[in-house]
Design a protein around this ligand. Structure first.
Ligand code: PEP
Length: 253
């Protein structure tokens, strides 16, 4: 029997949070986690880049890892406003999200660019959380599996392993909308992702974690996290406060 991957519950704060409120919420979550006897999952917060040093200090010795929300493909250079994977690692990050649909939409990021960012993450020793997902129109046209398959093919580097890569399935229409696919729909997409990962990466693909993301809340986390091949969640809005994030983390804690 293949070993079950350790679930990952990741919070994506997006462009939200200031030093004082971010520290307060992260510490409150860390306090809850400290009370768990044998923690059954990894917990991650990806704050805006300026908050990384603040959260690194606030979460020292806690069970919460920190991660970046994006990185440039290059290690250094003339790229005003960008942050490299090496800088994130230097700031204490263990993970970085790449290819989030908001970056694909707002910054025109292609699969090729996302793959280069994932390669940069690996070069810096970070685990890349590679996001894929269909739009509402693509789902209506029943193109979900085809679209997600193409994104996986184009965005995952050849060197992806169970240790350095996590896939996040995030239907674009579910992000921030309060809408979620049915458990059956999630099961179908995650099974398809798993079989593509195994076909391409063999045993590594079997161990790669596949997160579900898109309007995960306290009320639906139990059902979504129980679906086969759902190895955790990527949570946006509900990760901003310990009060909202803790009930989701607790499902797997
Ligand atoms: C996200 O941004 O990755 C996300 C899943 O957002 P939300 O949980 O707010 O839908």
């Amino acid at each position: 029997m293949a070993k079950q991957p350790r679930p990952l519950i990741a919070g994506n704060w997006k462009m939200n949070g200031l030093a004082r409120s971010g520290t307060r919420e992260a510490r409150a979550l860390a306090k809850r986690l400290a009370g768990v006897k044998r923690l059954g999952c990894e917990v991650l917060i990806c704050p805006p880049a300026p908050l990384l040093p603040v959260l690194r200090a606030a979460l020292k010795g806690s069970r919460i890892a920190i991660g970046g929300q994006d990185c440039h493909a290059a290690a250094t250079g003339a790229h005003t406003g960008d942050v490299s994977a090496e800088m994130l690692a230097d700031a204490g990050c263990r993970y970085v999200i790449v290819g989030h649909s908001e970056r694909r939409a707002d910054h025109g990021e292609t699969d090729r660019r996302v793959r280069a960012k994932a390669e940069a993450a690996h070069r810096a020793g970070l685990t890349a959380i590679v996001c894929v997902g269909e739009t509402a129109a693509q789902r209506r046209r029943r193109e979900t599996l085809k679209v997600v398959g193409a994104q996986l093919r184009g965005s995952l580097p050849a060197g992806a392993t169970a240790g350095n890569t996590v896939v996040a399935y995030e239907p674009v229409w579910a992000i921030g909308s309060g809408l979620t696919p049915t458990a059956g729909d999630v099961a179908e997409v995650h099974a398809s992702i798993r079989s593509r990962l195994v076909r391409r990466f063999k045993a590594e693909g079997r161990g790669m974690r596949i997160l579900y993301g898109g309007s995960v809340k306290a009320g639906n986390a139990g059902e979504l996290l129980a679906v086969a091949n759902v190895d955790g969640a990527l949570v946006g809005g509900a990760s901003l406060t310990a009060k909202d994030f803790w009930p989701i983390v607790r499902v797997r804690a």
